[in-house]
Design a protein around this ligand. Sequence first.
Ligand SMILES: NC(=O)c1ccc[n+]([C@@H]2O[C@H](COP(=O)([O-])OP(=O)(O)OC[C@H]3O[C@@H](n4cnc5c(N)ncnc54)[C@H](OP(=O)(O)O)[C@@H]3O)[C@@H](O)[C@H]2O)c1
Length: 255
Amino acid sequence: MRRELSAACVRVGSVRRIHPYAEDDPDLAACYAYPPEGCLRVNMVASADGAAWLEGRSAGLSSPGDRRVFHVLRGLADVVLAGAATVRTEGYGPSKPREGWHALRAGRPHAPPIAVITRRLDLDLGGPLFTETEPYQRTIVITTRAAPRERREEAAKNAEVLVAGEDLVDLTVAVRLLRDRGLGRILCEGGPRLNAELAAAGLIDELALTVSPLLAGGDAARVLNGVASRTPLALAHVLEEDGVLFIRYVGEEAR
Ligand SMILES: NC(=O)c1ccc[n+]([C@@H]2O[C@H](COP(=O)([O-])OP(=O)(O)OC[C@H]3O[C@@H](n4cnc5c(N)ncnc54)[C@H](OP(=O)(O)O)[C@@H]3O)[C@@H](O)[C@H]2O)c1
């Protein structure tokens, strides 16, 4: 993986000329280190024309480099946040400790819990995400008072169930509840509808975006889909591997 845009880049007029300067794998953990106060980072992969899925899932857009970044980002995070549709479609299980996480997670549990945002609780409550977690990473379900009571009770047998709103989860409250638990390094893995709501609530501090060299066409959503928002971003870095770009944007306020 090469670092394409860095302090070594030069400005030519108003255009930045990119100078590849490192052929070695950069230290991904350093490239994506969270700020000391934590933040909410969204990690997504998209095709070059912006599709967030191929045939309904993200796997067709991914690559070896994307998977390395994906796992490093999980290793850095205190908690992984996801919308229920992503959990259902992508078949989420508990995050598994990976090689190289030991140093990243010193003083923290071996792997981050998954926190699911859901109103309906239409989740496989008998599946691995609920029954195969380690005690330190019990899945967190963030739901509403309007959610079916029996589903909430069923979920509470194996997960921590948090109520953060009446009809819909108030995402500002949800994020506060996670931070109150000491989970300040939040990694949101989508999907697009949850991302759009987070952006509209002003909650996205960073975007880690993998752009795959592929045109997808079709009617797949973009990485944010739904409610409109406007979140100015500043470029922190671009890495490249086999034509795949790994872009880290930070909110302009964080510059
Ligand atoms: N390209 C990528 O990197 C990437 C990453 C992730 C996912 N994906 C793809 O994206 C698709 C899924 O994404 P999506 O945008 O359709 O859905 P999503 O954002 O993953 O999940 C939407 C669901 O989350 C729950 N939800 C969201 N906001 C809520 C709120 N404020 N209150 C209560 N519940 C709320 C609802 O769950 P309930 O229906 O349970 O109430 C809603 O149906 C899949 O095809 C997946 O493969 C791609």
